[in-house]
Design a protein around this ligand. Structure first.
Ligand SMILES: Nc1ncnc2c1ncn2[C@@H]1O[C@H](COP(=O)(O)OP(=O)(O)O)[C@@H](O)[C@H]1O
Ligand SMILES: [Mg+2]
Length: 246
């Protein structure tokens, strides 16, 4: 490999003609969340997703994570095991990718009852085969760096404040470098110090080759990371007549 080449980084995701609509049966209407989206995302690249409320940003990220199936188009993902179309892959393959390669980061923690914060955060490392004590040490490092007080580390996050839960969530979501990270407003309502810790971690992940696409409540936070921007246009609601005329 020639390290002086200025060629594009190897692709992680190539999206073509991706469209998603919601059928609002009770209204006999079709809502186009997004239409004909295409972009390419390479190793270590960062795409900022923009658009007004309701423009379809979260829906696009959820479609890439395959919470939703698209109506049309492709999302070719170049994984460790080869290329797979996220728009058509089997659920079992998606489940494996979610465990090992594709992360989704929101502002919300999926707190489980009677699981300590440090256990929750260390879990991805333990599932990846790291010994428990080492995984716990790393979990504490990240809890510390996102500003969760040490007395909370062995406590249950279900009792934490919203901001504290968000920090635990970020520590867990970012502890294990993924190949592709989908970020849906992870900084909304975080304090300044935690936002800086998050941006620092994202910069480190980007430098290590993680590809990222995300929506940010404070886009100025991540200005230094952005390679490209995608602007989503606001949703059109089609009534039945339009729909038939298509
Ligand atoms: N599960 C759903 N069923 C029906 N409509 C939805 C669903 N999810 C989102 N929408 C609609 O799709 C549009 C895009 O929503 P969303 O992707 O959340 O926007 P954004 O994240 O850009 O604010 C909105 O009009 C929203 O009401
Ligand atoms: Mg959203």
């Amino acid at each position: 490999m020639n390290i002086h080449t200025s060629a594009r980084p190897s692709p992680v995701l190539r999206v073509e003609g991706l469209s998603k609509q919601f059928e609002m049966h009770h209204l006999n209407r079709t809502l186009h969340a997004f239409e004909n989206i295409g972009f390419e995302l390479g190793e270590g690249e960062f795409i900022l997703l923009k658009g007004e409320n309701g423009a379809g940003k979260s829906t696009l990220l959820r479609t890439l994570y395959r919470t939703y199936l698209p109506r049309a188009g492709h999302a070719y993902y170049y994984g460790r095991e080869g290329m797979i179309d996220l728009a058509a892959a089997a659920d079992v393959d998606i489940a494996v990718l979610r465990r090992q390669e594709i992360g989704f980061v929101t502002q919300f923690l999926n707190a489980r009852p009677r699981v300590a914060a440090e256990e929750l955060v260390s879990e991805p490392l333990r599932l990846a085969g790291m010994p428990r004590s080492e995984a716990l040490a790393q979990a504490r490092h990240w809890l510390q760096s996102f500003g969760v007080k040490p007395q909370l580390w062995p406590a249950y996050p279900s009792t934490f404040s919203g901001g504290e839960q968000q920090k635990v969530n970020l520590a867990r979501a970012l502890i294990l470098p993924q190949r592709l990270l989908l970020l849906d407003e992870p900084t909304a309502s975080l304090d300044g110090a935690a936002r800086r810790a998050l941006v620092e971690r994202l910069a480190e992940l980007k430098a290590s080759g993680v590809a990222m696409i995300g929506v940010f409540h404070h886009p100025e936070d991540v200005a230094g990371l952005i390679d490209r921007e995608i602007q989503l246009e606001t949703t059109r609601v089609l009534d039945e007549a339009d729909h038939v005329a298509q």
